[in-house]
Design a protein around this ligand. Structure first.
Ligand SMILES: Cc1cc2nc3c(=O)[nH]c(=O)nc-3n(C[C@H](O)[C@H](O)[C@H](O)COP(=O)(O)O)c2cc1C
Length: 193
């Protein structure tokens, strides 16, 4: 395979997407969209996340030490893209009907439309020059019941929930079809402000 050097980039390295849920001071939910999310091992499975700059999600995680991470699926894409392109500091971000529940273990908002939700407690904050890395303990995992149905294959089960993949600032379906550039699907979100 012939390779050439290129700019520092993670293009062509697909990532999954999560909506991080936090409670604001008045205990109403806020959600933001995040892709710098992965896992680590330290006697148990943990989650590592990076948040850049100042944003409401980061401020609320500092205040509460807990948040939820809700897997983004094709069905959720317009909503997720809206959450990734509208700052929580804009007061009307969450002014539309959205079904959420409280975590089963932690006091975090859980997005009803997402089939997989992690309830996370930050173990270590690692501040850097601009971004911050969070190492988190997974206190609970909530998954849609049918994902536990072993009469269906793993391929069938994941195809049914259809998580989004993203790379090159573009969203892709689970089957690899382009679903729009970052910032495009929110145009189909009925409550976009
Ligand atoms: C596809 C996509 C992925 C994103 N991933 C991250 C990320 O991993 N880390 C980050 O700090 N911001 C990320 N953002 C930006 C945040 O979603 C954005 O700052 C949003 O306003 C955060 O919500 P908040 O303002 O309510 O906290 C991403 C945005 C998009 C569109």
């Amino acid at each position: 395979m012939k390779k050439i050097s290129t700019d520092i980039t993670n293009d062509f390295c697909p990532q999954t997407l999560f909506l991080y849920g936090t409670y604001k001071e008045d205990h109403t939910p806020n959600f933001g969209l995040f892709c710098w999310f992965s896992y680590y091992w330290d006697t148990e499975l943990g989650v590592m996340a990076c948040i850049g700059g100042n944003k409401l999600t980061k401020e609320r995680i500092h205040a509460t030490k807990v948040f939820s991470a809700n897997l983004v699926t094709e069905e959720m894409l317009p909503l997720a893209d809206y959450f990734g392109n509208k700052e929580g500091y804009e007061l009307n971000k969450m002014d539309f009907p959205l079904e959420t529940t409280k975590g089963a273990v932690l006091d975090v908002p859980v997005l009803s439309c997402s089939p997989v939700t992690f309830e996370l407690e930050v173990d270590k904050f690692i501040p850097m020059d601009d971004g911050e890395v969070l190492l988190c303990k997974i206190r609970n995992v909530l998954i849609e019941e049918s994902l536990k149905d072993e009469s269906a294959t793993i391929e069938e089960r994941i195809r049914k929930i259809a998580p989004i993949n993203t790379t090159c600032e573009t969203y892709f379906s689970w089957s690899g079809k382009k679903l729009g550039a970052w910032g495009e699907p929110k145009e189909n979100f009925p409550f976009k402000k």
